[in-house]
Write a protein that binds this ligand. Structure first.
Ligand code: TYM
Length: 359
């Protein structure tokens, strides 16, 4: 290879309910990428057991449900590879090697681990601590170059680049000797001339990189928030969506006409961002239309837009999950296509590391 083939990889954990943050921050942004470069979208079930093992049947159901959400949102199995992570063994094999590349100090800095482990760090699983190494393996098993995610994954993607850089450096001679490197597209003194793994580009952009809780504009919308009113789930019906938006926390002022006026108004900023992302527009454009209006006028408009955009998806998800055969067939085909890419990569990696191959 003379250059890295552009390739998108991203994923969602099958834990709890998929919500508007997952949709606007990630899945909806994947759809147009399908026409720009090869795309791989994974349901990351191996990640879903790191906090604690879910009920096994619920994990199976959630894996199908996330697949249904991908498809209902417009991820087309004819254009993209869709599969569940545990079906392609190369992820966990590469993660082990990355466990031996990444340094304790790097992982100790991960804010998501600190948040998820909470006060009881000693009781968190080793898997939760090593989670970012598995995420790096997900991406690099395909030598993916672009990863579209929400803002909360930024630190994990920086770690992925650090792992790729250290591997490339530690094995620079070997990679050149084996003739399997790719000339570094952006030469720098910190990296060798030939790389095996690309330094993946995070794609974090648009008005919805960080959707906040509807109950508290300073907290991220999340699957684990105990209040269901804090988030819009992709399975919510029109009444539930309308109720949650009606009850969403706001401040007493009218909407500003300029984006600057959203500063220090986290709830207003969040709702305007959600509107912009759903409408495929920008906060500026939304404020042009709604600047000066009260939330009593803006909320019904937001609610109508959310129902209009989300209901067809919810219905399609319901249809797809009624019969598991279509989803399972998509996942099976996807796992075969994913393996065909990841297997040769791991073959190279074993060679680079020096594992004896006698089979
Ligand atoms: P997960 O399952 O927590 O979230 C899936 C995607 O949704 C985005 N997201 C949000 N975006 C905006 N506002 C929010 N409130 C919000 N909440 C979640 C996340 O940023 C993510 O893009 N570690 C990952 C899954 C993963 C992965 C990967 C992603 C595993 N391997 C490889 C990319 C590449 C995670 O737990 O996402």
């Amino acid at each position: 290879m003379t250059e890295f083939q552009p390739r998108v990889f991203s994923g969602v954990q099958p834990t709890g309910n998929l919500h508007l943050g997952n949709y606007l921050g990630a899945v909806s942004r994947w759809v147009p990428l399908q026409d720009q470069m090869p795309t791989i979208f994974c349901v990351v079930d191996s990640h879903a057991i790191t906090a604690s093992f879910p009920n096994p049947q619920e994990l199976t159901d959630a894996t199908r449900e996330v697949t249904a959400a991908y498809m209902a949102a417009g991820i087309d199995p004819k254009k993209s590879i869709i599969f569940n992570q545990s079906q392609v063994r190369e992820h966990t094999e590469l993660a082990w090697i990355f466990n031996c590349v990444a340094r304790m100090g790097w992982l100790n800095r991960m804010t998501q681990f600190k948040e998820k482990a909470g006060k009881n760090k000693e009781n968190a699983s080793v898997g939760l601590f090593a989670y970012p190494n598995l995420m790096a393996a997900d991406i690099l098993a395909y030598r993916a170059t672009h990863v579209p995610v929400g803002d909360d994954q930024k630190q994990h993607l920086e770690l992925t680049r650090d792992i790729a850089a250290k591997f490339n450096n530690d094995f620079a001679e070997r990679i050149t000797e084996l003739g399997i490197g790719v000339p570094n597209p952006t030469p720098s003194p910190e990296l060798p001339e030939n790389l095996y793994f690309p330094l993946t580009e995070p794609m974090i952009a648009g008005p919805a990189t960080r959707i906040m809780s509807l109950r508290d504009g300073t907290k991220k919308m999340s699957k684990s928030d105990p209040s269901d009113l804090s988030r819009i789930n992709l399975k919510d019906d029109a009444d539930a969506i309308a109720k949650k938006i009606r009850k969403a926390k706001t401040d007493p002022d009218a909407l500003p006409s300029e984006v600057d006026g959203l500063k220090d108004r986290p709830e207003a900023d969040n709702l305007v961002g959600i509107y912009a992302a759903l409408a495929g527009s920008t906060k500026e454009a939304v404020l042009k239309d709604f600047g000066g209006q009260q939330f009593s006028a803006f909320k019904p408009a937001l609610s109508d837009l959310a129902v209009e955009k989300l209901s067809p998806m919810t219905n399609e998800m319901r249809r797809l999950t009624e019969d598991t055969s279509e989803i399972d067939a998509v996942l099976k085909d996807g796992a075969e296509q994913a393996s065909a890419i990841a297997e040769p990569v791991l073959k190279d990696v074993r060679k680079i590391v020096g594992f004896l191959d006698v089979r």
